[in-house]
Design a protein around this ligand. Structure first.
Ligand code: ADP
Ligand code: MG
Length: 326
């Protein structure tokens, strides 16, 4: 079933950034407070993600890399209200089928860690291996056995850029998690953990720069079972561009046309004409109101009540923006 996994990999793993995304999401699902991301050659040569989360018992390592094995949901009812970032159980087997892969881990309470290597889908033996509490996944030579895919990889800088952009988006959503990133042996980013509340803006400044935080408006509004919070850039901000648009639904970064339209509409009705608004916005709602199982990469969602969501976002932002002009 290496072939089945490679086919799934076509959907889940587009480029190094998708691997980083899946692995870091697993770390967060495991409760990690700190994640170290080491990269070489834009992630093509090496992606190593180490976390201090719950780890994996040695007896479950082989299961973790087998297809549709997820420890996160156990019934179709759970799928109605997914609380974790992962739930499809296909990231690890997919990634392992198109790389030289290794996973090492130690859960709390076990005194010996374990390691399992997979070479282009060929699964080795679980062996004892020293490891601190948590999990490390190493992905080398991505697509080494899928030349057609490899051909589509871009320059090191471009692939690194995609990874950094995704990590920036994550850093905004998880301010309490420490993220260290290194590339070709050199430290490239360090997002220090901040506490919830006022300190969150510090993380935003680290991720987006002070041009944004110096002239942004805080948003906080709840009604009808929906809550919108975060920051929107004001038109005076030196930079306001399409690449500073971050939207999250229940903590998951999503691209959604309903949302994008509501935001753009509120801006253009109050302030801007033809400029791209910059924003970092979080929508919280009942998980049953939103379907995240639309696409294997999970960056699309479907709202049960699309009109209500559009209206709520539009009104909240319209009111907040209009108040700055009073
Ligand atoms: P999913 O995240 O959809 O469950 P994955 O293929 O990404 O599927 O991971 C499979 C399983 O491996 C997870 O359900 C989890 O039990 C385990 N796992 C993967 N990465 C980690 C990690 N960093 N820490 C702890 N457990 C992990
Ligand atoms: Mg996962």
């Amino acid at each position: 079933d290496t072939l089945v996994n490679q086919i799934a990999a076509g959907e889940v793993v587009e480029r190094p950034a998708s691997v980083v995304k899946e692995l870091v999401e697993n770390a967060l699902d495991a409760g990690a407070r700190r994640v170290d991301i080491d990269l070489e050659e834009g992630g093509v040569r090496l992606i190593r993600i180490r976390d201090d989360g719950g780890g994996i018992p040695s007896s479950e390592l082989a299961l973790a890399i087998s297809r549709h094995a997820t420890s996160k949901i156990t019934s179709i009812e759970d799928l109605e209200e997914v609380a974790t970032l992962g739930f499809r159980g296909e990231a690890l087997p997919s990634i392992a089928s198109v790389s030289r892969f290794a996973i090492s881990a130690r859960p709390r309470g076990e005194d010996q860690g374990a390691r399992l290597e997979v070479d282009g889908g060929r699964v080795g033996e679980v062996v004892p291996h020293p490891h601190p509490e948590g999990t490390t996944v190493e992905v080398r030579d991505l697509f080494f056995n899928v030349p057609a895919r490899r051909k589509f990889l871009r320059a090191e800088r471009t692939e690194l850029g995609h990874i950094e952009e995704w990590l920036r988006s994550l850093a905004l959503a998880r301010p309490g998690v420490e993220l260290r990133i290194s590339h070709n042996g050199r430290a490239s980013r360090h997002y220090k953990p901040v506490r919830d509340g006022g300190e969150r803006l510090r993380r935003v400044a680290e991720a987006l720069g002070e041009d944004f935080t110096r002239q942004c408006l805080a948003i906080e509004h709840a009604a009808a079972g929906l809550r919108l919070h975060g920051w929107v850039g004001l038109p005076t901000a030196a930079r306001s561009s399409a690449d500073q648009q971050y939207f999250y639904v229940n903590g998951r970064a999503v691209r959604d046309r309903t949302v994008a339209h509501a935001v753009r509409q509120a801006y253009s009705d109050v302030l801007f004409h033809g400029r791209h608004p910059a924003f970092v916005l979080f929508l919280e709602c009942d998980p049953r109101q939103v379907d995240v199982n639309v696409h294997p990469a999970k960056h699309e969602v479907r709202f049960r009540e699309q009109r209500l969501v559009h209206e709520f976002i539009y009104r909240t932002l319209h009111e907040a923006l209009a108040s700055t002009r009073a």
